[in-house]
Write a protein that binds this ligand. Sequence first.
Ligand SMILES: [Zn+2]
Ligand SMILES: [Zn+2]
Length: 280
Amino acid sequence: MTGPDAIPEATPPADGAPAAAPLVDTHCHLDFPDYDEDRDRVVQAAREAGVVAMITIGIDLASSRRAVELAERYPEVYAAVGIHPLSAAEVTPTALDELRRLAQHPRVVAIGEIGLDYYRDRVPAAEQRRAFRAQLELAVECGLPVVIHNREAEADVWDELARMAEGAPLRGVMHCFGAGSDWARRFCELGLYIGLDGPVTFKNGERAREVARTVSEDRLLVETDAPFLAPHPYRGRRNQPAWVRLVAQRIAVERGRSLPDIARQTTANAARLFGLPLGA
Ligand SMILES: [Zn+2]
Ligand SMILES: [Zn+2]
């Protein structure tokens, strides 16, 4: 067998770029059952690929608890806790109390992923907005940044964030940003960062690449959203944090910069936003 499928799953791509360029995968889902068979190996592969930190993101209460456990187990892993808009019904006062408790853990660096997802109308918008607002308020209360999921809901996400920004300075990231460069600029004006992942490498990823070229350098973050959205040439396979390098590499090409430059900048941005104790 030849081609990318012949490469063992956890081997970082041998593309000649120095593995030493430190990277942060600011958004992955390491608690998913996709990694139950080989989680240690996946984390080790990330280490070997120069990934100095990974933030594993909760999508509901159960995964938020697991995210905290993983952050306790692996020194490079940090956790975000939160309830995804497609599970908005789970956001009850009891659930918010538990998130508040989890958020006190020293390895929890953000509230997320939270936001709005209008793709296919799976959960009523009013229900999603209620859950989003409650968790935004929790983040402000806890003094943590937010990890925002937006799918076809940018106008309403912007409204909610602008409303919060009136009361307190906003800190957070628009993860897996797919809404184009005009919206990217508007979210940056609110104080947010922009997270880019696999789609910048896709054939049909021009919209994400335009954002990669135009977003202000001090607001750019890289992520994988693993196990989803594996970058080219692994598209369609199970994604993993080691492959965040392929995302950074494509952004470097788009911006006419070197991979170590983009790595240094996005790592500094991640450290600043999430308060990660990354020495160099
Ligand atoms: Zn998401
Ligand atoms: Zn996600």
